[in-house]
Design a protein around this ligand. Structure first.
Ligand code: EPZ
Length: 431
């Protein structure tokens, strides 16, 4: 097992490249199952979660070629025949996004057996919306020994109108993929509008799908008989970009986020501006710096896009730990997404949690300490805190980090951070 060591105190200055978005690449890879033609994606990030989904797709009969070292970071996926219709628990339990093969398998093959993903550190994360939208499209859904067994009608899925009781990124993505090959018209209401959902919809249209209302909360899909292969570039990762912007902010640095798109970060940018960190669109990316030098306590509430993203909540809390004054952080998307709080307290932060709200009082200085990674975004928050803390911070169980951040240490080293990966003699226990 490995850990990351950070010695705090350096300002981050320079260029940080932003990779393709994990949360766009995962549904895009699943969408490749919808066609028997070769599909090419570029700007595919080299991440543990991508490797997990690749293994799952190969289990369904996909031939996958990927050269992460290539300039284009191109991945070819070709599934001429689906050889297996079951997504097994051993893979699905390591990555809940595996549920995204349900829609494509059901739409293309008429049946699928997908393990229920189980919960994770940030909440129970049910998949009821994924299942109910498939039923709305005519599928029969049975639960058997922890597996979802889904069967389309003899004539295939049927278009329908469906209103999501709550905004769900994954269920919207599964519905889009299934409806693309359903017979007739599907209308999805209260659909997710995240840039990653837009990226998937735009790729489906390139494959021949007929989708109106992309980027809005109501999408209309006219089913087609078949989809073709295409080439599609994965959208830049707005969460990675936002994470790096906060790293620049917490160190009072000045960083250019190469490939970042400010229009995907508006809610985060407006909260950061109130906090004293300015994001400015420049040619080919976004610049993040602290013009006045002050960092001011600012309240946020996480909401579905275009609101403040839940995937940046932990990082923003890290920033608020060293701001002047107090801030309130309300987590409205997940029921247990404050796992980073006990770890920040170990570093001298002043935070009190009441239900889904965290009350943060800025402190003069955080102190380095051994801390634990618990989920992907909490892990990177510990790195951010380590960048500004006095002394050394060691972050343990960094397999969480490797799920969603590509070459993290190299990117931070490139702008002056004192950060390195090392073997963990405590085997993840941090003692
Ligand atoms: C996606 O997860 C992202 N993952 C998450 O990023 C992100 O935090 C989340 O969207 C919200 O933006 C990927 O895209 C792979 P949801 P997803 O369905 O689709 C409830 C990261 O760190 N819900 O939008 O699973 C759910 O419990 C990860 O990169 C149901 O009740 O999220 C949650 O409270 C973490 N029933 C809310 O909806 C369902 O069937 C939003 O979840 C589905 C979801």
């Amino acid at each position: 097992m490995q850990r990351i060591r950070i010695t705090g105190g350096n300002k981050l200055i320079g260029n940080m490249p932003v990779s393709g978005a994990k949360n766009a690449a995962l549904p895009l890879l699943a969408a490749a199952l919808l066609t028997d033609e070769p599909q090419t994606f570029t700007n595919v990030p080299n991440l543990a979660d991508i490797r997990t989904l690749r293994a799952l797709l190969e289990g369904h009969g996909a031939q996958v070629d990927y050269d992460p070292a290539s300039e284009a970071k191109a991945m070819q996926i070709h599934t001429p025949v689906v050889t297996n219709h079951t997504a097994h628990y051993d893979l699905v339990r390591t990555m809940r996004a595996s549920i995204l093969v349900l829609g494509p398998l059901l739409a293309r093959e008429g049946h699928a057996k997908v393990s229920l993903p189980g919960g994770c550190a940030i909440g129970s994360r049910p998949v009821d919306l994924h299942l109910s939208v498939m039923e709305a499209l005519g599928a029969e859904i049975e639960l058997e020994e922890g597996y979802v067994v889904a069967k389309a009608p003899a004539g295939g899925l049927q278009g329908a109108t469906y209103i999501f009781r709550t905004v769900s990124v994954g269920a919207t993505e599964n519905a889009l993929m299934a409806a693309s090959l359903a017979r007739g018209t599907t209308v999805l209401k209260n659909a997710a509008r995240e840039p990653e959902v837009v990226d998937l919809a735009e790729c489906l249209v390139k494959m021949g799908a007929k989708i109106d209302g992309i980027g809005s909360d109501t999408m209309t899909i006219e089913g087609v008989d078949r989809l073709n292969g295409c080439e599609h570039q994965v959208v830049a990762d707005r969460i990675e970009a936002g994470t790096f912007a906060m790293a620049a902010g917490i160190t009072n640095g000045d960083v250019f986020l190469k490939n970042a798109r400010l229009e995907h970060l508006e809610a985060a940018a407006s909260a950061l501006a109130l906090a004293g960190v300015e994001l400015t669109a420049e040619e080919g990316g976004v610049r993040a710096n602290r013009p006045s030098g002050r960092l001011v306590g600012t309240d946020i509430t996480t909401e579905p896009y275009p609101g403040f993203p839940t995937d940046l909540q932990a990082q923003f809390m890290g920033l608020m730990c060293v701001a002047e004054g107090a801030s309130v952080i309300n987590e409205h998307i997940f029921e247990n997404r404050f796992m980073h709080v006990p770890e920040l307290l170990r570093m001298g932060a002043d935070i009190r949690v009441e239900g889904r709200s965290a009350f943060v009082k800025g402190v003069e200085q955080l102190k380095g300490a051994p801390v634990m990674a618990t989920d992907l975004r909490a892990s990177v928050t510990m790195v951010l805190a380590g960048l500004v803390a006095e002394g050394d911070t060691t972050v343990h169980r960094i397999y969480h980090l490797d799920r969603g951040y590509e070459q993290l240490e190299d990117k931070f080293k490139g702008v002056g951070a004192l950060i390195s990966r090392e073997d963990d003699p405590t085997n993840g226990n941090g003692n």
